[in-house]
Write a protein that binds this ligand. Structure first.
Ligand SMILES: Nc1nc2c(c(=O)[nH]1)N[C@H]1C(S)=C(S)[C@@H](COP(=O)(O)O)O[C@H]1N2
Ligand SMILES: [Mo]
Length: 202
């Protein structure tokens, strides 16, 4: 695609490119899913941003096509120790959606929720990082079913369990609400360079 802004993310931000304890998978791309791959029907698909926002947002797949796009090149690090370098994501920059929904000042955390029930959580300011996007494409191809078709969150600087596949919405919250893995022992934040893998290992 011509004319897209392309953001080259130094995911490591000056630290070692590959975080401690990680190995590289090369061109392979493992699929890490808890449970089944959901089947997504675009005719009933919607994406919502609600909770503590000025403008609750609900978009159909058709509406989604009207949003601006960006490309982000970034590395990906899974807590189970594999890393995949140089992923070229394409999708809607988080900023565009935040500008639509306008989270209120008292929205301090968000919960991302997915088709199939998976959730994950973070402080709201993480969504304002310029490398965060709602991706529909990876290395020039639409996401496959296993990697999150039609759309997933991508938060490149944190362990990939925060990059929720089959994303259906974001809820803005006054307090933190641990997501699926966070309730099951994963770290609340998940910084790969600080090896924030599990909540009992820092
Ligand atoms: N909805 C949903 N999103 C998810 C997961 C999941 O099980 N369900 N797994 C997470 C984990 S642990 C990782 S490492 C990445 C893996 O993304 P990939 O399968 O595209 O490699 O997706 C994350 N997003
Ligand atoms: Mo993971």
């Amino acid at each position: 695609m011509e004319g897209l802004e392309r953001i080259e993310v130094d995911t490591a931000r000056g630290r070692e490119r590959v975080p401690p304890g990680q190995y590289l998978v090369g061109d392979r791309w493992p699929i890490l899913t808890y449970g089944q791959t959901p089947e997504v029907d675009l005719s009933v698909w919607s994406f919502s941003m609600d909770g503590l926002v000025e403008n609750p947002v609900r978009l159909s797949w058709e509406d989604w096509q009207e949003l601006p796009e960006v490309e982000v090149r970034a590395d990906m690090h899974c807590v189970t120790s594999w890393s995949k370098l140089d992923n070229l994501w394409r999708g809607v920059p988080a900023k565009a959606l935040l500008d639509l929904a306008k989270p209120k000042p008292e929205a301090r955390f968000f919960s991302a929720f997915c088709e199939g029930g998976y959730t994950t959580n973070l402080p709201v300011e993480e969504l304002y990082e310029p490398d965060v996007l709602f991706a529909t494409h990876h290395n020039g191809e639409p996401l496959s079913a296993g990697h999150g078709f039609p759309m997933r969150l991508v938060i490149p600087r944190l362990y990939a369990w925060k990059s929720a596949k089959w994303l259906r919405g974001i809820e803005f919250l006054p307090e933190d609400r641990p997501g699926f893995w966070e309730r099951n022992g994963y770290h609340a934040y998940g910084d790969p360079w600080r090896e924030q893998r599990y909540s009992f290992s820092f």
